[in-house]
Design a protein around this ligand. Sequence first.
Ligand code: HAM
Length: 420
Amino acid sequence: MPGISLPPGTSDIFPEESAEWEFIEKKSSEVFELYGYGELRTPIMEFTELFQRGIGGDTDVVKKEMYTFQDKGGRSLTLRPEGTAGVMRALAGTDVMNGSEKRVYYIGPMFRGERPAAGRKRQFHQIGVENAGTVSPAADAESIAMLMHFLEAVEITGAKLLINTRGSFDDRKPAEELLRNFFSNHIESLCSDCKERIDRNIWRILDCKNPVCSSIIEELPDVTEAFSKESRDYFKQVCSILDVLNVEYEVAPRLVRGLDYYAHTVFELTHTGLGAQNAIAGGGRYEVNIPGMKKSVKGVGFAAGIERLIMVREALKVPERTPEPPEVFIVSLGNDAFMKNMKTADDLRKAGISCIAELETKSMKAQLRAANRNKASFALIRGENELEKGIIVCRNLQTGDQFEFEDFTSLVDIIKQSEN
Ligand code: HAM
């Protein structure tokens, strides 16, 4: 039968895979709540202007990758390409703007029209956190430490943490001058994208993967020399706190990140298990401009891609989480027994025991095969004979042992005991 195809870069997540997702999501909330974060759910679509202003009109995400459409009222809406702008829009309406701190996390789909590849999807899923309101190196370091804590909780080892500083927005001008002086001397050798970037977004040259551009960038003097002493001290302080927290990192002077709201600390977590799309998570300190607001919203945070976390777990051969099989499979022989079994199934579920009852008329053999296929621990069997005797047969499908029960409570006890 011809299947209905999915839009490129999107996937269904079936129950067999959902167990991995649920595990990762559960661990994230457990860890983040230890740090005082609570979940915030924002809409998947926002006004387009929020992303244009918030992320920056010159970024690849905004210029090339957004799913934007007009609604019936003629408004321009966009499926969120990332979470930070929407979260800051929501928090801008709270007392964060009066200096209070808010710690939130979010889990959900994001949309970017990128060329699909392994680890690069058009609908992907992020787990993100934002600490808004506080501007301090301690907040940046704590956010990074929390990311590493989360990574440990989802049993990922061997990731590399890269950190850098983008300086403050005031530092940008002198630093850009330094970059412009340097790259103007090499303009002929730069790739065509970087030639354009000199005028449009010179920082993006720093993370160009073209080998010629890379070799030129190797020679670049330390950009942070152009930053103010405060900004350099800020970054030193972030590093000192990470040292105290025993977080291992590598300072990566070329790390700029592709979103324009970053100022001061930026970081990225990479893993060799991922191939070309090697970032598991990225984040940093930012100042997000919200349309209609004079002041930007400041914060620090990160987002990790759930698909990529799962890929790394696979590469590391971490045993995959699988759905819990039902404890009980109920086998019915004859209509009267079936009716009674429907009630038994209902009673079991209400007693907290998961159970599947065969709903079609099938042979005993076929029903027991189904019980095994479903990986049930017990088969409960009731036919005309058992009905007459007022019992139900309980077969342990691992050992083959079989018992007869008259009384529902002792049946429940036996099944519950076997769970421990
Ligand atoms: P980002 O680096 O654009 O940052 O995305 C964060 C993570 O989302 C990436 O490291 C990657 O794991 C995942 N990701 C991004 N694009 C895709 C894709 N097309 N397919 C699969 N996974 C993808 C942000 O989004 C920032 N909002 C992070 C942040 C929060 N900064 C401060 N607070």
